[in-house]
Design a protein around this ligand. Sequence first.
Ligand code: C2E
Ligand code: SIN
Ligand code: SIN
Ligand code: FE
Ligand code: FE
Length: 493
Amino acid sequence: MITEISLQNMPDANQQLWAIFQAFDDLLFILDSDGTILDFKAGSMTNLYTSPDKFMLRRIQDVMPADVGAKIEDVLSRHRAGSRVTFFEYSLKSQIGKRWFESRLVTLTNGQLIMLVRDISRHKTSEETIMRQFGQLAALRSIDLAITSESDLQPVLSTILDHVRVQLNVDAACILLFDPQTQLLEFAADAGFTTQALQYTRLQVGEEYAGKAVLERSVLYIDNLISHPAAFQRSPFLMQEGFIAYYAVPLIARGQPVGVLEIFHRSRLEADRDWQNYMETLAGQAAIAIDNAMLFKHLQRSNAELVLAYDKVIEGWSRALDLRNKETEEHSRRVTELTVRLAERMGIGRTELTHIHRGAMLHDIGKVAIPDSILLKPGPLTDEEWTIMRRHPLIAVELLAPIEHLAPALDIPRSHHEKWNGEGYPDRLAGKDIPLAARIFAVVDVFDALTSNRPYRPGWPMEKAIQYIKEQIGIHFDPHVVPVFIDMMSGQA
Ligand code: C2E
Ligand code: SIN
Ligand code: SIN
Ligand code: FE
Ligand code: FE
């Protein structure tokens, strides 16, 4: 065994080379041209493996595993044919797992060879880890995309199960969803099964391994299903699948169980910490996807409920206002109905009609801030009283603006007192700068006001009101709206 720098049997020219090799912690063999080991220098790494002592005077090809031996034989023949320096990589199984080596072979002037062996496991492993982590990241990214772009749960679960199989390198997987109403775990998606084994799964919490994992909120692992023949009462087909290893991973979102991920493999699983971490990450993604889908479903439902609730509130406000202004009782309901009909005649679409309906119901909501002394005054208003009265459109906007749901309905409350000639209030808009909904509404509002009794005057007959509205074309009212209104009213008279 070579322990120091000086070697009697080495040519002088190589002494310096030896000195350099000595400085490194690598394993080093001196071989003859057939591969027979003449001497070696053991670096510290040989402590990890078997001692090369017993290799002395044997051919290195013969002491290595067959595949590595063949590789070395091939390299040696290249050296016999004239190569001076070559290098190659190989891996060996040792007690501490798979190790990677890089060997350099150098032909010396006397025909002997130096084989320098370096353990490159760290480098190789981190390269493999990086590649694996890269794959995992890409998988997580595509799951994220699926979660955010799909409103349906099914395709997201399929994507997740595909990644479970590829990234965790397992044969099959499935997801059961927890229904909080029935408290049951039910089949949702699977991948990699040859039978329909699990498609009818319905488990109680606590039942079978999947139910137990959810109950105990911890990962459950069976290394050999063969020794648990009663494990899957739920399906007689499951045993035909030939599974050996099994994992049940509870899916928990915001502290609540949403399902369970089951993993099946047809041979034993070598699951290191990295594998388990990634399994838990994928399970976390699945839980988020399920939670999102449930929230979305719930949100859709409660949104519809909210809209209904809003419309009830709007109706209530509007009735309360009419009641306060005793003589305009039913005014809001009446003008709303006429406005929607007129808007329909003007070709306005369904969505906009909904907003017009709400806007008309609420058009005078700002009058809640007008004192009774002004609102119910039996005679004409003073300038000061008019200033207050004219605030009601902007008061309406102030009241309603915080309600996001009513934002598209604000045109009428804000602009129903604008005039076509620009002399209305509160913004002194003219012509088509006035929102169409408000231009339509204004005609109906004035018509209804004129034909109703007011504290300051009795109601006008319909003909007088129609006459007045015609006179106001191009002054107060949009010339395109009035004829449609008149046509509508004459049809009804
Ligand atoms: P309102 O009584 O519902 O009237 C709505 C709109 O219909 C009025 O907006 C006006 O454009 C038209 N209108 C109503 N009554 C008459 C009328 O006798 N003659 C004519 N030419 N048009 C009429 P306006 O003028 O901006 O008034 C807004 C609100 O101010 C009215 O709603 C009412 O609550 C109040 N108001 C208006 N004039 C008087 C008044 O003389 N006395 C009192 N107490 N309140 C008044
Ligand atoms: C009303 O519609 O009752 C009053 C008219 C208005 O000022 O909006
Ligand atoms: C419009 O405002 O777009 C045309 C309809 C109208 O002026 O009445
Ligand atoms: Fe008004
Ligand atoms: Fe009104």
